[in-house]
Ligand binder design. Structure first.
Ligand code: SF4
Length: 341
């Protein structure tokens, strides 16, 4: 359904009176594919590029280079009515439900607006769609909630309204940007379960963006980890949790405190330092200034390409498509093949 190929999103920097002053390379060569009915988690620290990636998939940004193919359509080329049509097929769930809902509109108006914009002229049909989706997201009793304003609802109910609005045009793809990070712990699991149910029922493709590795197991088939605008590890979720390979993934997993991260994590601490500048990213592996395994003369010079990860006990490739962009993976392959001293 969705194929992102070598996507770059760079923002131009301009200095007053001096003009062009470089680029912020927010997304720098990201590729992945997503099928109908699959959920993909995108994980990384603030500033790793995940929000820019999301905005570009929603076509709020234009790609600087590379392509986003959605069911055979080149999303970067869309404009006018074609762009509106594309956006009706991609639902967006924001992080902050209260900020995402217009405070002066009732829930009825909020849910009706996308239908009116997209040409549903029959009022009875609109009402039927609104009531159906409200039942689905468990916003009941419907007749009591529809006349309310967002501030009259709890945080969990507000997020259900956001989800209902994202679903009302029956999209094929949902982009969920940290959908539970601003909710109470007791509500989080319910909202994640609701999203999972909607995904299965409607055969939706979902991109779940988060900085919290502990929630992805409830929600995703696949996961990729981003650092400094690039994907450093990609794997089926079980494979990544059992065999986290990139040192940055290990650090994130350690920080999440996930009790089921079975692998003996070699990286027992959060690496010191901040994510690098995206204007002048480090040479070689972008993680090398923070990596305690960095190989001098290699990691700081050559950028690692994604390599298939080997299983812990033999030379089989781990999982389906588990890859990590780290020179240690290449070293592991060489060692197993007896190519090192
Ligand atoms: Fe660390 Fe080198 Fe792997 Fe980068 S390529 S994560 S610096 S070991």
């Amino acid at each position: 359904m969705l194929k992102v190929d070598d996507l770059h999103v760079w923002y131009e920097l301009k200095r007053f009176g001096l003009g062009h002053a470089g680029y912020v390379r927010a997304v720098d060569g990201v590729s992945f594919e997503l099928n109908a009915g699959e959920a993909m988690a995108c994980v990384g620290e603030s500033g790793c590029g995940k929000s820019s990636l999301m905005k570009t998939i929603l076509r709020l940004n234009k790609p600087t280079k590379g392509t986003i193919d959605f069911k055979g359509i080149n999303v970067g080329e869309l404009d006018g009515l074609d762009l509106r049509d594309y956006r009706s097929k991609v639902g967006f769930i924001q992080q902050d439900p209260f900020g995402a809902l217009a405070p002066f509109m009732t829930i009825q108006q909020i849910l009706e607006e996308p239908l009116i914009i997209n040409g549903f002229t029959n009022a009875a049909e609109r009402q039927s769609k609104i009531e159906t989706i409200m039942e689905e997201v468990k916003l009941t009793p419907v007749e009591e909630i529809l006349p309310k304003f967002p501030h009259m609802l709890s945080g969990g109910q507000q997020q259900r309204v956001v989800i209902a609005r994202a679903m009302i045009l029956e999209p094929d793809l949902l982009v969920a940007d940290e959908p539970v990070s601003m909710l109470d712990a007791s509500v989080r699991v319910e909202i994640l379960k609701l999203l999972r149910n909607l995904q299965e029922k409607h055969n939706l493709a979902v991109i779940y963006i988060t900085h919290d590795l502990s929630t992805v197991r409830y929600f995703s088939e696949y996961i990729f980890v981003m650092y400094a605008g690039q994907i450093v590890e990609f794997a089926p979720i079980k494979s990544l949790l059992e065999n986290p390979t990139h040192p940055y993934t290990q650090a994130l997993l350690e920080a999440s405190g996930d009790p089921d991260a079975k692998n003996a994590l070699e990286y027992k601490e959060i690496p010191p330092g901040e994510p690098p500048s995206l204007v002048n990213p480090p040479s070689g592996c972008r993680f090398h200034p923070r990596c305690k395994f960095a190989i001098k003369g290699k990691c700081d010079v050559d950028m690692p390409k994604p390599m298939p990860v080997v299983d812990g006990s033999n030379m089989a490739i781990t999982g389906n498509k588990h890859v990590a962009a780290c020179w240690l993976v290449e070293e592991e392959w060489k060692e197993r093949a007896g190519l090192t001293n």
